[in-house]
Design a protein around this ligand. Structure first.
Ligand SMILES: Cc1cc2nc3c(=O)[nH]c(=O)nc-3n(C[C@H](O)[C@H](O)[C@H](O)COP(=O)(O)OP(=O)(O)OC[C@H]3O[C@@H](n4cnc5c(N)ncnc54)[C@H](O)[C@@H]3O)c2cc1C
Length: 265
């Protein structure tokens, strides 16, 4: 009997990239390997990835990578915001919510181990810092924290920025070098029933000038916060809403929640 213990198969997540994925405008193929997996509190995993496609990788804070989590004719993908890119080691950092509900993305994040291969494309996403804005306001739940913190950290010195980030508890706060982050604790209230982000948008002190508001998270909450932003007199083009997930509904194979945030009721 062999005494070699096979703990996992490093190729178990390595699904091929289809032509449809690699032809998404602006992306390049990424043939990645998990370098490190670590817990960032009870509900978040930090995953570092290296590999082919990252040699001269460039992106804007707020953009994401799309990872392929199944094979077949209609492969299933999930999108994760780039939390950071270490130029020296050419590694990407992702922060992935352990949301406690069965889902291919959460399952991969919970099970993957250093050495595993995973393929994807990137960078994706059209929402990044509005260079023309006088100030910046970020609102979102834990799934939006990586995007919000990375964009906030990237603001030029002296440009006002603040973030309201809703998480279950103080133990879920994420490390950041940015100032201006207010963590909101929803406790046991399901994300969809929490009004904390709407209340924050309604009450936030907005600096002088023309600013930009970035909203991300659960689709219905994003819609509600968008309505609160518009009710403050902001123009639609000053607000960038993005639905990351939908309560009680799996995202589609392309990684998007089926519904889009809307300003209507
Ligand atoms: C542009 C973009 C950037 C994103 N960036 C990040 C990121 O940086 N980090 C991150 O963690 N996610 C991010 N997401 C969300 C991510 O892509 C997945 O939608 C999410 O991880 C859930 O995928 P899943 O396969 O685990 O679950 P799914 O198959 O989509 O859903 C399965 C079940 O889990 C529930 N569920 C899904 N997410 C949550 C949640 N957060 N809380 C409670 N229940 C949930 C659903 O309601 C459903 O019932 C991003 C999404 C987009 C579109």
């Amino acid at each position: 009997m062999s005494d070699v213990v096979q703990t996992h198969t490093q190729d178990r997540w390595a699904f091929p990239l289809t032509q449809r994925l690699v032809s998404i405008p602006g992306v390049r193929p990424l043939e990645l390997r998990v370098i490190e997996v670590a817990e960032l509190g009870e509900h978040m995993r930090r995953i570092r990835l290296g590999g082919n496609g990252l040699e001269d990788f460039t992106y804007q804070p707020g953009q994401d990578v799309m990872l392929v989590l199944s094979g077949g004719e209609r492969p299933l993908s999930r999108r994760y915001t780039i939390r950071g890119f270490d130029v020296a080691s050419k590694t990407l950092e992702l922060n992935i919510v352990a949301h406690g509900v069965h889902g291919p993305g959460a399952n991969w994040a919970a099970q993957t181990l250093p050495g595993d291969r995973i393929n994807g494309v990137g960078p994706r996403g059209k929402i990044f810092v509005d260079a023309e804005a006088d100030w910046h306001l970020f609102l979102g739940d834990e799934s939006a924290a990586p995007a919000s913190l990375h964009m906030l950290e990237s603001l030029p010195a002296g440009v006002p920025g603040q973030a309201y980030l809703e998480v279950p508890s103080a133990a879920d706060e994420l490390p950041t070098t940015a100032e201006g982050v207010t963590w909101l604790y929803r406790g046991d209230v399901p994300a969809i029933r929490s009004t904390m982000l709407v209340d924050a948008m309604t009450a936030a002190e907005l600096p002088e000038g023309r600013g930009h508001v970035y909203i991300a998270g659960e689709v219905q909450i994003v819609s509600a916060v968008l309505r609160a932003a518009l009710a403050r007199g902001l123009a639609a083009e000053q607000v960038s809403p993005k639905a990351y997930w939908g309560r009680g509904k799996a995202n589609e194979n392309n990684g998007e929640p089926g519904d889009r945030p809307s300003a209507q009721g």
